[in-house]
Design a protein around this ligand. Sequence first.
Ligand code: SF4
Length: 247
Amino acid sequence: MIHDTRIDCRQANPLLQPLGARERILWARDIFADDLVLLSSMQRTAGVLMHMFHDLGLPNEILFLDTGYHFFETLRLRDDYVRRYRLNMITLYPEITTEEQEARHGKKLFTCVDGQPECCRLRKEAPLVAYLKSKQTPIIVNGLRRQEGGRRAQLPILSPDPRTGGYQLSPLCDWTDEQVQGYVSEHALTTHPLHAQGYPSIGCYPCTTPVRPGEDPRAGRWRHLRPTDAEAGPQYCNVNFTDGGGI
Ligand code: SF4
């Protein structure tokens, strides 16, 4: 489908700011049609967005990156959402299996600071970008929020994604934790069972641990790559361009 994709984000963001999340998604759908995709991590905000796509009757693709290192609960939740809401779920796989990757590099990349970025690139960013290159102007919807802090504290609603020549839309960027939980409760959404077991942020099982009371919600990610809890380490997998992606 041919559509006008010359969007100036500096002009679009003030227009999108007063809209609700559903209206932001519909705005993008009107412009980008089937090039609009949702990238789902199966975490709480992904559940909100998957439900919105269902509720709006959008047939657009929902992308899930199967790294080969997911918790069993993550894969089961993906299947639960597909069954319950009849979602157009596309599971993307890396070019090589986890066993091939470990044989090629002679180690498990996620076990060392200098290997983790390549592991995330190979298993997340590369398959996503390769898939999106088949589209004219892809626009990735994600569940990032400013309240998460860090690089996300100043997150725009709409950003360019130079990796694909497209865009990233974060319709929940100004939602609070309470708004997310309110939506989950109102619509009786199933959420990832590990959220209730001390995991506010969930990625691959080798790189995700629960957080202790008072810790940053992302403190459980790549904890094994920080010599002490006070020292800096990886914060993001960079599959989202605004987190630092750059394949
Ligand atoms: S989160 Fe860990 S296991 Fe998953 S892709 Fe990144 S480094 Fe690899």
